[in-house]
Design a protein around this ligand. Structure first.
Ligand code: PBG
Length: 465
């Protein structure tokens, strides 16, 4: 069936049979001559394009209307054709199934939920979710995070209960973040044997069967300054002693002098903003990250997930794990982690906000997708077993590009800000909470992530059951 049905070659006037007085748009005939009888999509399109040209000019007096989908309705004038090459082209043209309305109606398969379920391309499963847990000191503690309703800081005993519940819902994995008792300049809480996450991991692995415990490896939660690596004063900061400009402004006498002093002060602040007075030291931080990873593996953590964004950390962690016999512990690398405003609520949950500056010198610029591919590539070379893109929803293009390019299991982190936005809008009754929750997860999956870290893991699993 075709909207060209009922027409045969006698109805067409082909290019080349020129009628004086009318412009003839040439067909790329030579290409059509050599192609096979059953046209592919590409050729189909080219035929339709030519058809469009072809029907642009009137010939003789007989008129007919032809609907060519994707080309538009054309009034054409037709005539017979004797040329064998052109006839062959026409025969093929007439065989062409024009795939469009009214023959094709995509709504046919959308009519009922059973039909929709049959043809659904993407599905969510609880096993692909990873549930984040924030472990705090104490016992019996469940403290709700202000900016993340439904998410709690939990003590080790409560964490075990959470994991039991999560596991019962079919979610197989959790990822642990820690709120240590004390913070310092070398992130002791991250790597000490009795660290908060180490304790939680031991308890969870002891109490719950068949659960995967991931350990987020980062230093920000354990550093007094809240950065993900070791901080040292940058060389350019070793200039004039601080406070001189300020003193000048205060002690300045006349208004002109005062204005000048204030201007100078503003300038020095601007300069300091452009050239930070501190540096997050890369290579020295690797040692702490490696030490943390080994300590986590020793406490029973199944998968090491570095999120710090120091260069070379996957390689350093891999080497350190292998050295002490953890060559079978996989690394899920937060490979393309962007410097994002969407981490805001997490920093409240994990008490990990940087005390000065921001994370732009180590996390990625949100503008860069090519650089994200390089980040992933390097992590793969260094031995990452799985890769992650984070955040998820604003970075679906990065997820899709990573899926296209790399064959490792791909994870995406639906971060705290994504969760908080949905929660806030739902509380205002501006959106349907469950619907948006499931849609957001489905779309992250559709973009190409097979593993999703999400604060909705438990609730989504309940809805999928
Ligand atoms: C630690 C880390 C962060 C997140 C995961 N690991 C915060 C950050 O980088 O500032 C964010 C997770 C979320 O927002 O849900 N570096």
């Amino acid at each position: 069936m075709s909207s060209l049905a009922g027409l045969d070659s006698s109805h067409f006037r082909l290019p080349g049979t020129h009628v004086p007085g009318f412009p003839v748009l040439p067909l790329r005939g030579s290409r059509h001559r050599s192609t096979s009888v059953s046209p592919g999509l590409e050729e189909r399109h080219s035929l339709l394009r030519d058809l469009n040209h072809f029907f642009l000019f009137p010939v003789r007096k007989r008129r007919a209307t032809l609907d060519v989908p994707g080309v538009g309705a054309r009034v054409m004038e037709v005539t017979a054709c004797g040329d064998p090459v052109q006839s062959r082209f026409l025969r093929r043209l007439l065989k062409l199934r024009v795939m469009a309305f009214p023959i094709n109606r995509l709504r046919r398969l959308r009519r009922t939920e059973t039909l929709r379920a049959l043809v659904r391309e993407t599905r969510l499963t609880p096993e692909s979710f990873v549930y984040p847990l924030f472990i705090c000191p104490g016992t019996g503690i469940r403290k709700e995070v202000r900016s993340m309703p439904g998410v709690f800081n939990v003590s080790v005993d409560e964490a075990v209960k959470e994991v039991r519940e999560t596991r019962a819902l079919g979610v197989l994995s959790v990822i642990l973040f820690g709120l240590p008792e004390k913070k310092d300049e070398v992130a002791t809480g991250a790597w000490e044997e009795d660290g908060i996450v180490q304790r939680a991991a031991r308890a969870i692995k002891r109490e719950v069967r068949d659960v995967l415990v991931m350990g987020d490896v980062c230093l920000c939660e354990y550093m007094s300054h809240g950065h993900c690596g070791i901080v040292k004063a940058a060389p350019q900061a070793l200039g004039a002693p601080k406070g001189t400009k300020k003193t000048m402004a205060i002690s300045a006498r006349g208004p002109a002098e005062k204005k000048k002093a204030i201007e100078e002060m503003a300038e020095s602040i601007a300069r300091a903003a452009i050239q930070p007075e501190y540096e997050i030291v890369n290579d020295a931080s690797l040692e702490l990250l490696a030490r943390t990873s080994v300590s986590l593996a020793r406490s029973g953590v199944d998968i090491i997930a570095p999120s710090d964004m120091m260069d070379g950390r996957v390689g350093a962690i891999r080497a350190a794990l292998d050295q002490v016999g953890f060559e079978n512990t996989p690394i899920l690398s937060y490979a393309a982690k962007f410097s994002s405003g969407f981490y805001g609520p997490f920093r409240e949950a994990a008490d990990s906000a940087p005390q000065f500056g921001d994370r732009r010198s180590y996390q990625m610029d949100p503008a860069n997708i090519r650089e994200a591919m390089r980040e992933i590539e390097l992590d793969v070379e260094e031995g990452a077993d799985m890769i992650m893109v984070k955040p998820a929803m604003p970075y679906l293009d990065v997820i899709a590009a990573a899926r296209e390019r790399f064959d490792l299991p791909l994870a995406a982190y639906q971060v705290s800000g994504e969760y908080a936005m949905i929660e806030a809008a739902a509380r205002n009754q501006w959106i349907d909470r469950e619907r948006v929750m499931m849609e957001s997860l489905l779309c992250i999956r559709r973009a190409g992530a097979s593993i999703i870290l999400t604060y909705y893991a438990k609730e989504a699993a309940k809805l999928l059951a």
